[in-house]
Design a protein around this ligand. Sequence first.
Ligand SMILES: Nc1ncnc2c1ncn2[C@@H]1O[C@H](COP(=O)(O)OP(=O)(O)OP(=O)(O)O)[C@@H](O)[C@H]1O
Length: 273
Amino acid sequence: MSALIAAENLSVRHGEATVLGGVQFAIERGEIVTVVGPNGSGKSTLIRALIGLEAAATGAVTRAPGLVIGYVPQKLHIDAGLPMTVRRFLSLPRRVSDAQAEAALARTGVPGLGPRQLARLSGGQLQRVLVARALLANPDILILDEPTQGLDQPGTAGFYRLIEEVRAEMGVAVLMVSHDLHVVMSASDRVICLNGHVCCQGTPKVVSAAPEYRALFGLGTGGAFALYRHMHDHDHEEDEGHGHDHGAPHVAHPHEPHSHGHHHAAGCTHDHA
Ligand SMILES: Nc1ncnc2c1ncn2[C@@H]1O[C@H](COP(=O)(O)OP(=O)(O)OP(=O)(O)O)[C@@H](O)[C@H]1O
């Protein structure tokens, strides 16, 4: 299958500084891929380059012909003095019917919010409204930059469950940036660990075991890796986790779980630039 979107040896510069170098990856239809990395590692820059808001200094971004991207920005700058209902916001930039608007709100778990003022929503409600708006374009891929920033732990876990449900229902691919390592590890098919370049990428299991990842995030065996393995070994031994409700993260078992079969990761590229 050809990729929906791919970065091929992508570099991005800001002035003299190379912010991203030699980035290589591809996202296939229906995948949930998460980008992790420390502050300033180029995550937002990568997202902006993928949607065409930043130019490539070298390399290229390729998109499947006719690709529709549903973009959920990191921050929405809402002027509190400007009245704007959720319903009106959902019709920007493209007018949608009341039925379409309500269906999108219901799908993202916030039915009936249409008449509410955008500026008065809670952080979690606003995120869901942003996803609802992105889904109205019927995208092939949702791209979200730190969608759970400012949400509490249950809010974050609930948001990731929503993303998995949307993927299962609509077959949409998802690329997101996140700092919520534990949830990322349970809710992503693949993780890309970024630090100015791709340190490593692959399944959560492979990435969390990679020395590059551990050096950046300082996780021992009791961290996200153990959590991920626990959930996967006990919840669904043989499948890839598509469409499952993983529930809230819980404490890992101390015993060593047996390994199981899905090692389809790209593995780690030892390409310290
Ligand atoms: N418009 C710009 N001009 C110059 N430098 C920039 C610009 N935007 C970002 N940078 C720099 O590029 C680097 C990567 O920034 P970016 O915002 O992509 O990182 P990030 O991984 O998303 O960080 P965070 O986790 O803090 O959101 C940083 O060093 C940042 O200071």
